[in-house]
Design a protein around this ligand. Structure first.
Ligand code: FAD
Length: 572
């Protein structure tokens, strides 16, 4: 936008700090270490009834670059038809063709297959650190499950076993993310204000009754007003963009009134259609003497030496990010009968729903090109039970983890303001920091059944040769939690006790027709307003079978294209 509109002045306002030198952000192998720190909003869900009342972490970046600074760096894409589903839901110009072009504009996939992005600002590559025990990954999936390797999984056909890229810049093998990729390209017409919390969008009526509201700027939590001459763009993410709309009087009238906020644009879809990927995991103990990424947690002198290598720009275990992936449909995992059973269950559960996301999910379930299950080979222990405590027999041993992600859960939840933290319009810092997040994990019988199948598949996969030769014992779930002949009741208990988010919330300001619960139109303009847009993961109307950063960069590229084109038209 800064380059396309050189005469416009653009201000980016970010609640968190700029942290360009933070090693927790920059060092790929330190991924995850920033969770729970000052760079994280540290949100949690409300107790999830479907997960036995557990509260689940809903981490989000509170730093320049947002969650792209905290994420786990997976760089992938979904199937063509999944982006086409956005267009089919009523959004002209948001199909695979347009999204692929936009995603490629953001990408520079170093060493990628022909057709990858070559000149975009975000760098990606397949990690040079590949654990020895991951060598069995692709042969096991091919020989034991008939799922062949896919060497071109980002071209709209993701099904298969693969080595996937991560968003890493080869220059120093550091994280490539929105801050270090995009900001250096901006002109002097772009200013950045960090450590600055927005608490409300300022709106005024355009005069005549029933006409659109006009955004005139934003109110900061410290009481300062920032004026906008052309437009206001919310990119506060899936949890906070809807919250800011509500704090500005845009949303469900009843909810707003209960928080003493005067509704100015009644828009029932604000904060609804929350979709997220959920995961279960299994961890395996390597034979004694074999090392994994765990060595960095239990051998501090080794870790210090590896960090020194990374700092010096040399190859290091701290380069590591996961690269072994599987994207599969249910027929590949369960056979045709098992797939049909799950599909019938989903159809019964969604019977009668006319919501575009539900309709699309049923079509995706019947389409073998669309992955329903993702499995990540993640080196080291990353489960729920916890790495063995110091002093226990397994402390100092090494593990690998298989993470299964459900790509199209049926549960759709919501995020809304917390009326008790809002003291009148605006609400200040407390209101922005405490959304009520209810993704309804485990509320769908299909989701739980699918997660049970996913968990069982992880064990079958680990037991299949040649992967079976790589490990000594199953640590998690472990025979004490789910025995060898366990029935679905035990697996269901495991699922309800251990399911977590895989951090891909979308949909709470959905780009959909207003009558379908839409919040923004295909120009990303909020219904009932003339110049207020939302540009982030919250506009995704139907969840996709991929980690979503490539799509979010694509949405941002599309938005910039639309905004620049509209400005040029106005100038003519
Ligand atoms: C732990 C984790 C792991 C992930 N792993 C992956 C992965 O491996 N691969 C992948 O593709 N995706 C991954 N994701 C998802 C991906 O990073 C996000 O989907 C993406 O960054 C979302 O972008 P966004 O612009 O919608 O929101 P964000 O990136 O969350 O940006 C929102 C920004 O708005 C700021 N903000 C919010 N409210 C206010 C306010 N009131 N005033 C001022 N500023 C405000 C926030 O501080 C933040 O900087 C992960 C996410 C997380 C959290």
């Amino acid at each position: 936008m800064s380059r396309g509109l050189p005469t416009a002045r653009i201000l980016v306002i970010e609640a968190g700090p700029a942290a360009p030198d933070d090693l927790g952000i920059n060092v790929p192998g330190r991924k995850g270490s920033t969770l729970g720190t000052r760079l994280d909003w540290n949100f949690t869900t409300v107790p999830q009834e479907g997960l036995r009342g557990r509260v689940v972490g809903a981490n989000r970046g509170k730093v320049l670059g947002g969650s792209s600074a905290l994420n786990l760096l997976c760089w992938d894409r979904a199937a063509t038809v999944e982006y086409d589903a956005w267009a089919d839901a009523g959004n002209r110009g948001w199909d695979w063709e347009a999204m692929q072009a936009a995603m490629l504009r953001s990408e520079q996939y170093v060493g990628g297959p022909p057709g990858s992005g070559t000149a975009g600002p975000v760098r990606a590559l397949v990690n040079r650190v590949v654990p020895a025990h991951q060598a069995a990954w692709i042969p096991t999936l091919d020989r034991a499950f008939g799922i062949p390797e896919n060497k071109d999984s980002l071209n709209g056909n993701p099904i298969g076993a693969s080595l996937q890229p991560s968003s890493i810049d080869p220059a120093h093998y550091n994280r490539s993310y929105s801050t270090n990729a995009y900001l250096p390209l901006a002109g002097r017409n772009l200013d950045v204000l960090t450590d600055t919390l927005v608490s409300q969008v300022l709106l005024r009526g355009s005069g005549s009754k029933g006409s659109e509201m006009i955004a005139t700027g934003v109110l900061l939590a410290n009481g300062t007003t920032v004026s906008a001459r052309r437009e206001v763009i919310l990119s506060a993410g899936t949890f906070q963009s809807p919250l800011l709309l509500e704090l500005s009087g845009i949303g469900q009238p009843g909810l707003l009134t209960s928080a003493n906020i005067t509704p100015v644009v009644p828009l029932p879809g604000v904060g609804e259609n929350l979709a997220d990927h959920v995961r279960v995991q299994a961890s395996y103990l390597l034979p004694s003497g074999a090392t994994s990424f765990d060595i960095l947690r239990h051998n501090t002198s080794y870790a210090a030496a590896e960090l020194a290598k990374w700092l010096a720009g040399d190859a290091s275990l701290y380069d590591y990010t996961a690269s072994g992936f599987l994207f599969a449909n249910w027929a590949q995992v369960l056979g045709p009968d098992g797939a049909a059973r799950l599909r019938d269950r989903a159809a019964a559960e969604l019977a009668g729903s006319t919501h575009p996301a539900d309709r699309a999910k049923l079509l995706h379930l019947a389409d073998r090109r669309v992955p329903q299950l993702e499995v990540i080979f993640s080196d080291g222990y990353t489960g729920v039970k916890g790495y063995p405590a110091p002093g226990t027999p397994l402390y100092g041993r090494n593990f690998f983890t298989l993470i299964a992600g459900l790509m199209h859960p049926l549960a759709r939840g919501s995020v809304h303001l917390n009326a008790s933290t809002v003291r009148g319009r605006g609400g200040g810092a407390a209101a922005v920091a405490k959304p009520v997040i209810d993704p309804r994990y485990g509320a769908s019988a299909y989701d739980v059944a699918a997660l049970v199948e996913a968990a069982k598949f992880l064990r079958r996969l680990a037991l299949a040769p040649p992967l079976r030769q790589a490990w000594e014992a199953e640590y998690e779930p472990g025979p004490e939690a789910v025995g060898g002949g366990a029935g679905d009741d035990e697996w269901r208990a495991f699922v309800r006790n251990t399911t977590l988010s895989i951090f891909h919330p979308t949909g709470t300001c959905s780009m959909l027709p207003r009558a379908d619960g839409g919040v923004v139109d295909a120009r990303l303009v909020v219904y009932g307003t003339r110049n207020l847009r939302v540009v982030d993961a919250s506009v995704v109307p139907v969840q996709i079978s991929a980690h979503i950063q490539t799509a979010v960069y694509g949405i941002a590229e599309r938005a910039a294209e639309i905004i620049v084109r509209e400005a040029e038209r106005r100038a003519c």
